[in-house]
Every structure is written in C-alpha cells, then in structure tokens.
Design a protein around this ligand. Sequence first.
Ligand code: OAD
Ligand code: ZN
Length: 246
Amino acid sequence: MADAGAIPAELLDALRETRHVCILTGAGISAESGVPTFRDAHSGLWARYRPEDLATTEAFLNDPALIWRWYRWRRRLVASAQPNAGHQALARLAELVPRMTLITQNVDGLHQRAGTQDVIEFHGNLFVDRCFLEGCAVDCSHDTDVPICPGCGSKVRPGVVWFGEQIPATALDLSFRAAADCDVFLSVGTSAVVQPAAGLIQIAREASAMTVEINPNPTDFADRVDFAIRASAGTALPELVDSLEV
Ligand code: OAD
Ligand code: ZN
C-alpha cells in the first residue's frame, strides 16, 4: 500500500484504461467549501450536536420546529458555499473516462453544482421538502416554523436520510451494482464508518477493483485499500485529473 500525498502511477495507469470508475464521497470533499464535516474533532457537526437530538424521526416528532431551525441553518450555510476544486475535478474526470458513477453521502448538492450529472444521493438532499406521512417530495410554503404538506396536511420534513432510516431503494441498488461492476473505486473524504455506504468499498474489493482512499487522515479502511493518498480532496483530485489530461 502506498501511503503518500503523491498520485500513484498505478492509479493513473488504471484510470487511463478503466471501463468504469466508481466514486464514493463524504463530508470531507465539501470541507474546503466551508461545509463542516460530521466527525472531525473540533469542527465536526457531531462535536457540537448530538445526532440523536437532530437526525432521527423521533427527534422530528418530538420537536419539529427545532429540527427545522437546524436544517434551515444548514440550508443557508450550504446555499452560500461554492463547489471547490475537488468537486470540479470529479466533474472533469467524468469527461475523461468511459463510465463514472458518483455516489455521495453528502446532502449539499455541491457535486451537481460543479457539473457532475446523475449523482447518486445516498443520504438524500438537504433542499428537498418531503411529506412526513406520504414520503413524496412536495412544494410547500416555509412561512410557518413547521411546513405543512399541501396535499394531505401532514408535517413536512427535510428530504435527508436520518439515523435508523432506510437508504432510498434506487440509490442503494444502483450503488451496489456500480461498486460490484467498477474496476477502480475511489473513496474520497469519508470516514467510512456509516453503513451501508462503507460496505461499498468492500464490495469493490471483492470485485477485484483497484481501491483508493483520498483523505488527509487514515480511516479504518486505510490498510485494506490498494492506495491511500494522504491529501485533501481539493489538492489530490485536481492533481490526479491534471495528470490524466496531459
Ligand atoms: P465524517 O465527518 O464522518 O468524515 C469526514 C472525513 O473527511 C474524515 O475522515 C476526514 O478525515 C475527511 N476530511 C476532512 N477534510 C478533508 C478534505 N479536505 N479532503 C478529504 N477528506 C477530508 O463524514 P462522512 O464520512 O461523510 O449521515 O459521514 C458519513 C455520514 O455520517 C454522513 O452522510 C451523515 C453522518 O451521520 C447521515 O446524516 C445519515
Ligand atoms: Zn402529504
């Protein structure tokens, strides 16, 4: 296993010959856009809030106005953020390989704003409003503390996946298929501790894909991937794509 900031030549060779690259991103890729990660010791969201207080259905039922205050704060934060060089490099990578599947655990929409199409949103989207009862996306007013579904009068919730909830079936199915089919798998900016997303790396390994982690800090997977690139996504990804373009 290589363990350095530089892009391994074997990875560049694999990307020049790839049939299908699969990429899993996490909060770390948006860190350089100013969006806090979840588990980084000092700046991570979970260092300041307890997830069970804010990201569960029980919490929503208990105090929906509090949950909406938190999610509106996150919406404002993300709306004022811009995609960074890491997001932009992945949008460029899609143009250089025959097939790329981008799976993100992020709910911030920054990959899409950087120009990547068909992003698989594993944990939903921060900006979607969803009827709590019917589960469908709705177009509703935010004039009240807790928005109300125009169809059925039930409360509206943010369209993200909370702890204890199922991953949207289509996202799960497409992601597992892509991980099993790819020949290069990049895990970028994720602590890879939340299942089932972390299981995708294992599936790719079992399918004999080259597996690569891009993260300034080692994760639990660091000694099981073929290459661990110890650099920020905003540095490593542009370097990787620039090297492919020459
Ligand atoms: P975490 O906060 O758990 O992990 C962020 C990772 O990004 C850490 O491993 C950091 O070392 C790394 N990192 C920090 N800055 C970076 C940078 N500039 N470039 C690259 N990597 C960097 O976030 P996730 O793994 O995304 O789920 O967390 C997974 C899920 O847990 C989230 O989707 C969320 C959370 O609970 C739900 O809300 C359902
Ligand atoms: Zn409804």
